[in-house]
Structure formats: structure tokens, C-alpha cells
Design a protein around this ligand. Structure first.
Ligand code: 3PG
Ligand code: MG
Length: 405
């Protein structure tokens, strides 16, 4: 799953004293969850982006940072798309003011940037052409800087103007420390993983994770599926799943994955008990049932205690655990026991564990196991695509730039 990746690193440039007085444009992934009032509910990505910015400041650069936030409509800035809350948090973490700049693409407001100053450039996805990786937009952004630094691992699977195009045109294009560390850590852990290699892939839909499930079916020793994904697999082995979330058109794909695994002597463990409810709500009554007792009006919202214990034993025996997605509706405590049990098993296991994805990070925080996870990735989709063995386009362009030198 890993290849040797050659690209220029920010640290290489700092070692050469190449940042002094230079305009440095850092593409970070500051796409953090917010509540309805715009308060940041989880700031891992902001904290993880601080080292690159601090290093650039310390090296005497004039620093511009940008990121996307959500998926706004291009050309239509709305207040809820603003990085203003991020600017505030970033400023606290850096211990220096971080001014937020609007309408910056043509360089307005960036002329007087001082050495050691940090400005945040408003939501990069509001710019027309960002998503389609427009050369015109990428050239304009490249013209703002002497050095482009991509530190946005979480967005490295997207070829957009600020993650890909700009790297073609900037005078120098380098990887930031977060991007480099993610690639190093994930590559090392997955290049020659200690066996058994166990993956937990959970979430609401098989369709959104089908390619990762298929890729892992060829690689891992145990593939634990959870959430709505597990329902489709349960249906594939002939179990009644009542009115649970399911994708009927993917039942055959689920069967195929089970077969591929079985042929290799690997397995997709199917739950033996589940937690059911008659409705989906924070106050719904939770009932533990044997899988053969699921009724037509039941919704499966978690794995049961017997299943959790069986899976915990597999986690305890694993050499490497890769975790993406909670196995139940853990936001509601009565359907969180399965995810909690697996989280604690990961925490206690001697296996090297790697976790990624927004919901997974929330579960890690809720069950307070972050110190016991081997490596926590800031990527969601990017983490999954890396696991699949795909070359992330934002990384590929940096390697191409390095090769062209
Ligand atoms: C993420 O949240 O996974 C990244 O920030 C990428 O966001 P996107 O899926 O909107 O491209
Ligand atoms: Mg997302």
C-alpha cells in the first residue's frame, strides 16, 4: 500500500533558510465541524495545522493560510461559509493575531504583508473554479506566493485549484509537516503491517464505502463491518433485518466481498446479537436481541454485547487495526455500547491502531482513548483512499514537481 514518495518538504526549505522574507501560501485543511451557532465542536484539524504555520513564521515568512469549510456554492459567499471562527481559534493557538482576508484572489489586502505575520484567506471553495481545478484560478493563487505549501492531508484526495493546480504554477511547491507525517505514518503502518490485519469499516452506507470494502477484502484478515453497512451484510447472509437501513441493490456486492474473504481464509464477522429500537430517536428504547429474533418492525442501531465481546477478542489478537466508522448510533448513549466496547478494545490491544474519519474522531473523543490509539489521521475520505492504495492527486503533483527538478 505504500510507495516511496519524493517531494520537497517545508522543513527542507527551512533548513536552507529559503523562507526568510518570502510569501508562503499554506493550503491547510481547517474544515472542522460546527454547531448551529457556528461554534467549533472539534478542533483537531486546526491544532494539527499549527506546526506548519509556526514553523513558517519562525523561519521569517509572510504567511498566508487558506482552507475550505464545507461545500459552499462557488461565487456566492454566505456568512455561514466563513472561516471567521477558525481565524479566532487559530489566533488563540498561535498566540498572535490572524486577520481574515476576503476577496483575496487578486491579491487585494495582501500587498503589505509583513515578515512573521499570518493572515487567513477566506474559504477557498467560494472562489469560482476551485472545484474544477481551474488553471486560471490556480495561476492567480500561485502569483500570490513565492512558496506553496500543501499541508492539507484531509483534502489530498481532491484535485482542486488550491490542492493541485496551484502546485503546478507556484515557483516552489512543498509538502507541509502534517501532510508528510500522515503519509509517513500511514505508509509505514500499512506497507508491511503486523498480522493479523483487522479493519473496521462502518458507517451508514455500503455505497459510499464500496471501493474501500473491495480493496480491503483482498488485504485484511478480518473485515468488521458496522452500522448500516453491517445491515446489508446481514441481509446478504439471509438474516431478517426488519426495517433497518439497508441498500438492497448492494446485497450481491456484500455477498461477493464475503466470498472473496472466505476463499482466502479471511472473514467478515456477522453479528450474533444486535440492539434494536422501534424508532430512530434520542429517547428510543433499546432492546438487545439475538439476530434471529429481529422483528419486521425493528431497526438495528448497534451491535449487541455478545458480538461486541467476539469482536473485542479479535481486536485483542490483531497485529494491526485500522478503524473508520462507528458500529452503532453512538451519538445516542443507548446505542453506543458497541462502539464503546470496540474503542476500549482498541485502546487495550497491543495491535498498532490507526483511526481516521470525522465520526471516528468523535467516538475516540467521547470514549477518551486518543492517547491509546497508535495513529489518528486528520483525513476522512483521504484516509480511506490512501488505505485503498490510491495515489492522492495533491501528493502526486508534489512528487511530479520534485521529479521535474
Ligand atoms: C473532509 O472533511 O473529509 C475533508 O475536509 C474534505 O472535504 P470534502 O469531502 O468536502 O472534499
Ligand atoms: Mg467530509
Amino acid at each position: 500500500m505504500s510507495a516511496v514518495l519524493n517531494f520537497i518538504r517545508l522543513q527542507d526549505l527551512i533548513d536552507q533558510n529559503a523562507l526568510q522574507g518570502k510569501r508562503v501560501f499554506i493550503r491547510a485543511d481547517l474544515n472542522v465541524p460546527q454547531d448551529d451557532d457556528g461554534n467549533i465542536t472539534e478542533d483537531t484539524r486546526i491544532r494539527a495545522s499549527v506546526p506548519a504555520i509556526k514553523a513558517a513564521v519562525a523561519a521569517g515568512a509572510k504567511v498566508m493560510v487558506t482552507s475550505h469549510l464545507g461545500r459552499p456554492t462557488e461565487g456566492e459567499f454566505k456568512p455561514e461559509d466563513s472561516l471567521a471562527p477558525v481565524a479566532k481559534r487559530l489566533s488563540e493557538l498561535l498566540g498572535q493575531p490572524v486577520e481574515l482576508k476576503q476577496n483575496w484572489v487578486d491579491g487585494a489586502g495582501l500587498e503589505g504583508l509583513q515578515t512573521g505575520q499570518v493572515v487567513l484567506l477566506e474559504n477557498v471553495r467560494v472562489n469560482k473554479g476551485e472545484k474544477k481545478n481551474s488553471d486560471e484560478l490556480a495561476q492567480k493563487m500561485a502569483a500570490l506566493c513565492d512558496i506553496y505549501v500543501n499541508d492539507a492531508f484531509g483534502t489530498a484526495h481532491r484535485a482542486e485549484a488550491s490542492t493541485h493546480g496551484i502546485a503546478k504554477f507556484a515557483p516552489v511547491a512543498a509538502a507541509g509537516p502534517l501532510l508528510a507525517a500522515e503519509l509517513d505514518a500511514l505508509g509505514k503502518a500499512l506497507g508491511a503491517p503486523a498480522r493479523p490485519l483487522l479493519a473496521i469499516v462502518a458507517g451508514s452506507k455500503v455505497s459510499s464505502k464500496l471501493s474501500i470494502l473491495k480493496a480491503l477484502a483482498d488485504k485484511v484478515d478480518n473485515l468488521i463491518v458496522g452500522g448500516g453497512i453491517a445491515n446489508t451484510f446481514m441481509k446478504a447472509v439471509g438474516l431478517n433485518i426488519g426495517k433497518s437501513l439497508v441498500e438492497n441493490d448492494l446485497v450481491d456486492e456484500a455477498k461477493a466481498i464475503i466470498d472473496i474473504m472466505a476463499k482466502r481464509g479471511a472473514q467478515v464477522p456477522i453479528p450474533v446479537d444486535v440492539v434494536c429500537a422501534k424508532e430512530f430517536s434520542p429517547t428510543a428504547a433499546a432492546t438487545v436481541k439475538d439476530v434471529k429474533d429481529v422483528a419486521d418492525d425493528d431497526m438495528i442501531l448497534d451491535i449487541g454485547p455478545k458480538t461486541a465481546a467476539l469482536l473485542a477478542a479479535q481486536i485483542a489478537a490483531a497485529g494491526t487495526v485500522v478503524w473508520n466508522g462507528p458500529v452503532g448510533v453512538f451519538e445516542f448513549d443507548q446505542f453506543g455500547e458497541g462502539t464503546k466496547a470496540l474503542a476500549l478494545a482498541i485502546a487495550e490491544s497491543k495491535a498498532f491502531s490507526i483511526a481516521g474519519g470525522g465520526d471516528t474522531l468523535a467516538a475516540i473523543a467521547k470514549y477518551n482513548i486518543s492517547e491509546q490509539v497508535g495513529y489518528i489521521s486528520t483525513g476522512g475520505g483521504a484516509f480511506l483512499e490512501f488505505l485503498e492504495g490510491k495515489i492522492l492527486p495533491a501528493v502526486e503533483i508534489l512528487t511530479q514537481r520534485a521529479a521535474a527538478k
